[in-house]
Design a protein around this ligand. Structure first.
Ligand code: BG6
Length: 451
């Protein structure tokens, strides 16, 4: 079984993320051929491989094919139980796969389990310090504040090198988010007007219809700022606001993102608004955790003078939608031609979900004899051009981690900059009032503009 030479170990394998994202991604990848000889699924429940597969298929509503099924093994393990890691090592060794080959350890667990798991893997000889073939994939969030992220990093570094760490932000694996730099920098039409002089505001939105579901324990401690803004939304803002990288090397892109993140701050004149869907407190009485946020940020660089970046996210809203919308400043058809020929502001929308594409709103003459101006829309459908399976974000990220390409994984310095902003937002929001909104709301009046 070890001919293919690699193993993947998934911690938290009975959880939602494994069932809904990781195993379905492996299924999609297996249709092209998986490089792993074994996929070790690790969890606390007493199950065998068959029982585990049945659980995942039911929970994730996914059907796993034979190629993948025959590679999956289940191993019961409490995160701090040293003996269970020894048995795992013995089982892996018995297959000839424990001492050689590439090993990916996917920690789909809460951040407070990162250090205990890594410590045990190291002690059991499964993860060697500094071996670039032994990689830790860490699901977000990495900590819950700048301070806790630094503490985790400090405890991990004696056990593994930074090179071995692959911090996951699955939004970076999404097709249209990977398209942002191309759209920006490969089109003079856009690159020349990508600044605060031409753009009034950029709205980065990721809203959803689902509630917290089975993740209350994690979510109630995280809230929407830590769950979504700190990672996904700030990464989108960084990709939109960063300067052109020197080249396309992972380090150059990361550097350009950090440069802009270091200049990003909450707008003091517009404090963040936090919301919570009605009914949340039936599950967690008295909780003040936010399930929706709208915040305005400013990028303190000459390029972005005068522009606002509005980030918003929320659960149990009327629709599931992720997009980046740039509102250009309005212009006029002629210098002194009166209000009637004032042109509407252009908008450029990078659509991430449910549509994947680009929408451009521009002005045109109305058809016919007259010269009235009207706003029209040009649409590009990116997903329409993908034949067969669209590459899911987790497939892309798993493949990159397997190949050792770190372009789409956040470095620690980048993460520190993101936590600094998230901590700032939480601080700025602390004085505000929590808005309770009705599940399914399209517009949250006090939050404003969520339609
Ligand atoms: C996760 C958050 O990172 O992203 C979830 O923890 C959220 O709370 C999810 O629902 C949204 O991801 P997507 O890909 O469905 O937009």
């Amino acid at each position: 079984m070890d001919a293919l030479g690699g193993v993947l170990c998934i911690f938290g394998a009975t959880g939602d993320l494994a069932a809904k994202k990781i195993l379905p991604a492996l299924q999609q990848w297996s249709e092209e051929g998986l490089p792993f000889s074994r996929v070790w699924c690790l969890g606390r429940r007493a199950l065998d491989a068959e029982g585990y597969l049945a659980l995942i298929e039911a929970k994730g509503a996914v059907c796993l094919g034979e190629q993948l099924r025959k590679r999956i093994e289940y191993h019961r393990l409490e995160f701090e139980d040293a003996a269970a890691y020894q048995t795992l090592a013995a089982r892996m060794h018995a297959e000839g796969g424990a001492r050689t080959g590439r090993r990916l350890f996917f920690l789909a667990v809460k951040p407070d389990a990162f250090v205990p798991i890594t410590t045990q893997l190291h002690a059991a000889g499964l993860l060697a310090t500094g071996n670039p073939e032994h990689r830790l994939l860490l699901e977000k969030p990495f900590g819950d504040s700048l301070r806790s992220a630094a503490a985790i990093q400090e405890q991990l570094l004696p056990l593994v090198s930074e090179e071995q760490l692959y911090r996951i932000d699955h939004y970076l694996g999404k097709e249209m988010i990977r398209n942002i730099l191309t759209i920006r920098f490969a089109n003079r039409l856009f690159s020349e007007s990508w600044h605060g002089g031409a753009i009034d505001r950029v709205e980065v939105t990721s809203i959803e219809t689902a509630g917290v579901e089975e993740r209350l324990d994690y979510y109630d401690r995280a809230g929407a700022i830590n769950d979504m803004i700190q990672s996904h939304l700030l990464q989108m803002v960084a990709l939109v606001a960063m300067g052109a990288p020197n080249d396309l090397a992972p380090e150059s892109i990361r550097r350009a993102k950090i440069d802009v993140l270091d200049h990003l701050r909450p707008d003091p004149s517009c404090p963040p608004v936090l919301g919570q869907y009605a009914g949340y407190q039936d599950q967690v009485p008295g909780s003040a955790t936010e399930t929706a946020v709208e915040a305005t940020l400013r990028v303190d660089t000459p390029q972005w003078q005068g522009a606002r970046f509005v980030v918003r996210t929320g659960k149990k809203l009327a629709e599931k939608r992720t997009e980046i919308r740039l509102h250009f400043r309005p212009t006029r058809l002629c210098v002194d031609c009166g209000e009637t020929v004032e042109a509407a502001a252009n908008q450029l929308v990078i659509q991430v979900f449910p549509h994947e594409g680009v929408e451009l709103q521009f002005n045109s003459k109305t058809p016919g004899y007259d010269y009235d101006i009207e706003q029209v829309t040009a649409e590009y459908c990116h997903s329409c051009r993908m034949i067969g399976n669209r590459p899911e974000a987790y497939v892309k990220l798993l493949k990159d981690a397997w190949e050792g390409d770190k372009t789409l994984f956040a470095g620690f310095d980048e993460l520190q900059a993101q936590w600094r902003i998230a901590d700032g937002l939480r601080g700025a929001a602390a004085q505000g009032r929590l808005v309770i909104y009705a599940p399914g709301s399209a517009t949250l009046t006090p939050l404003g503009g969520l339609a």
